[in-house]
Design a protein around this ligand. Structure first.
Ligand code: GCV
Length: 655
């Protein structure tokens, strides 16, 4: 730890390789100054030099040549003992610099021909569900598991924003270039950020700007109604209100990124109130942003959260596709439809949302949840890189078409960061934020290799006496942790089964008779949701034929999604030859064993190998993970034993 804040993946040691070199930086401007300051600091510490007459080991060059299609591109080469980063735009130089940091000594080894590096996804954004005021139920950060907000405290902008600079540096180093500073659920205080407290947003923007990060703001669709008594997007007075307000925003923050809007969703106001469509709504804000180069992230999380659980015809999974596909082509160019990666809500396992592939004439951003609302709330180790990698690699048309990563104009993560000294509550959850940025830049990266990068930077030589042992331990604990979490929680893609409200821990029927549309339909004979076209809700038909056919068939449907798409008897035989009920028992026993092994592995690390505070925090959380996994196992197994009456084939104790 430096001071009272953990340096995450940028401890001083991580810059040793660049800091011990003779460096030349050519070019000027804010971002180049950032690179210069980074290198001066690192060279001051590790004996390198910046500037002078040469010869040089590392040259960073802003060529100011033709304007490239993507300002983030850099070209890296090494020849005759000189490593060269060349970029046409300052952002490229910044990313090139951090790439060299990531490579470490390997950046100064041998020779390699010039290779362009460009991000696969243009806008790589974290969105904070931070409230300005402490919300009576949700607290300072909605679904936040890492303490308070790094921006806001008890109704005000924090007086000390030094952590924001450290945060911006971490984000830039893994490629994030956009950030939204407040919750998509916009309460009264947050609404005033737009109308009366732009200075607060500008103060944050000032700290993010040197790291190439543009600030975005969640706004209430109903904001004009405070002055006008209406927010009807087709009312010219409303259009003028958005235009004036947005002009003021840009007068205060010239590089403002744009608005994020949750409309007609879980009680937030939206265009339906005036009988208008979501295209009408989004376009009203987009028109105000367009002259300034801003975008609106319009969320597609629109569903009936007041459904009658008896109503088997309504399927929440269908809702986003049903609402938005008819509007394809009707959105302005600067509208980005922000779609959750799955059709329900950030469950441990969901199919990829069919909406992502169904809007060819609309720009789409995919939203993932780094904050672990449904994946262990940063008390459980759950490395999400493998999940996101599967989502980004999913090809909706099969081999005939591009993967999700090729369709997405943006990738958005709900942030998992707070004012906790380790940033993320669980220190190992830092890896999720890092992996988000890296996979947004290059979705083809192997998530285990990304974890390796994170381990090298965070715990490289200097940070630990035995990097090899630590690396092996971290891989053992983290590589498969998402699948382990899946094993001891809701089975076979059925989802939820969490305690309503806070969403931590098991409650199998907790949501079964509620209005939220998240049901599993377990009875004495079977479990799962029939979403087929033939006999169910028809959701499977929202996919292009390649997947629609697979999901429709109870035989072809991948096991891990079986109960998402089908209601099957407990004796249904899975692809591995076992029955559904036995699979439930087996995976729940295995999941708990795996967590026990993770805990043992961590506790076997010799004392002093990592920062004792970090070691203790991880150990304490692994204890809780084991306790919770046992609870999940016993409640799920007991529930299904009592429903089905089928005994465990291995005679284990089920309660
Ligand atoms: C910000 C889930 C969460 C809510 C969240 C919502 C959303 O339902 O439980 O806390 O609200 O998703 O994504 O808007």
């Amino acid at each position: 730890m430096t001071g009272d804040v953990h340096p995450a993946w940028l401890p001083p040691e991580a810059l040793r390789a660049v800091g011990s070199r003779r460096v030349l930086i050519q070019g000027g401007g804010l971002l180049v100054d950032t690179v210069r300051a980074e290198l001066s600091r690192a060279c001051g510490r590790f004996g390198g030099t910046v500037g002078g007459d040469g010869p040089f080991d590392l040259v960073l060059k802003l060529s100011n040549g033709r304007r490239p299609p993507d300002p983030d591109v850099f070209v890296l080469s090494r020849d005759a003992g000189v490593t060269v980063v060349r970029a046409d735009e300052p952002a490229g130089l910044l990313y090139g610099f951090f790439h060299v940091v990531r490579l470490g000594e390997a950046a100064f080894d041998g020779a390699f021909p010039p290779r362009p590096h460009r991000p696969a996804i243009r806008r790589r954004m974290v969105q904070h569900w931070d409230n300005v005021d402490v919300h009576p139920v949700m607290g300072q950060v909605e679904r936040g598991y890492a303490g308070g907000s790094v921006f806001w405290h008890d109704g005000a902008l924090r007086a000390d924003l030094s952590r924001v600079t450290a945060y911006a540096r971490l984000l830039a180093s893994c490629g994030v270039n956009a950030l939204c500073v407040n919750n998509v659920n916009v309460h009264a205080t947050e609404a005033r950020l737009l109308t009366g407290r732009l200075g607060d947003v500008a103060a944050i923007a000032d700290l993010l700007r040197p790291y190439g990060i543009r600030v975005h703001l969640s706004v209430s669709f109903a904001a004009p109604a405070v002055d006008l008594g209406t927010a009807d997007p087709l009312d010219p007075r409303v259009a003028a209100w958005w235009a004036d307000t947005t002009r003021r925003v840009y007068a205060t923050i010239p590089d403002f990124g744009g608005y994020v809007v949750k409309a007609d969703s879980e009680g937030q106001p939206g265009p339906f109130a005036d009988g208008r469509s979501h295209a009408d709504g989004a376009n009203a804000l987009a028109a105000a942003l367009a002259p300034h180069g801003g975008v609106v992230h319009w969320r597609a999380f629109v569903y009936n959260h007041r459904q009658d659980w008896r109503d088997r015809g309504t399927d929440r999974a269908r809702a986003a596709h049903d609402h938005f596909v008819p509007l394809d082509g009707a959105f302005g160019d600067n509208v980005i439809l922000q779609v959750k990666h799955g059709p329900i809500d950030f469950q441990t396992r969901e199919p990829v949302s069919p909406l992502i592939a169904a809007m060819p004439a609309t720009r789409v951003a995919v939203e993932v949840q780094a904050t672990q609302e449904y994946t262990g709330q940063q008390r459980h180790v759950c490395y999400l890189g493998p999940m996101w990698s599967e989502v980004l690699g999913f090809a909706p048309w099969g081999s005939e078409g591009p993967p999700v990563a090729g369709l997405a104009a943006g990738l958005v993560a709900v942030s998992n960061v707070g004012d906790d000294p380790f940033w993320t509550g669980h220190p190992l959850a830092q890896a999720n934020l890092y992996a988000f940025g890296r996979l947004a830049w290059d979705p083809r990266l192997d998530p285990v290799a990304v974890l390796d990068e994170w381990i090298d930077l965070t715990f490289g030589p200097g940070a630990t006496a035995d990097p090899r042992l630590l690396r092996a331990t971290l891989h053992a604990v983290m590589d498969d942790s998402w699948r382990t979490y899946e094993r001891y929680t809701a089975p076979l893609g059925v989802g939820f089964m969490v305690r309503p409200g806070h969403h931590y821990g098991p409650d199998v029927d907790g949501y079964e008779y509620t209005p939220w549309g998240t049901y599993h339909f377990a009875d004495r004979d079977g479990v799962g949701v029939d979403r087929t076209r033939a006999t169910g809700t028809g959701f499977a038909g929202q996919y292009p034929p390649a997947w629609s056919r697979v999901y429709e068939s109870v035989h072809d449907c991948p096991d891990e999604l079986l109960l998402f798409f089908h209601h099957v008897p407990y004796g249904h035989v899975l692809h591995d030859g076992g029955t559904v009920i036995q699979h439930i028992y087996d995976t729940h026993f295995e999941g708990v064993e795996a967590v026990g092994a993770m805990r043992d592995r961590w506790s076997a690390l010799p004392a002093g190998l990592v920062d004792p505070a970090l070691a203790a925090r991880v150990a304490e959380r692994l204890d809780e993970q084991l306790r919770s996994a046992v609870e999940w196992r016993d409640q799920i197994n007991a529930y299904f034993f009592r429903k089905s009456g089928v005994r465990d084939a291995h005679g284990r104790r089920i309660h």
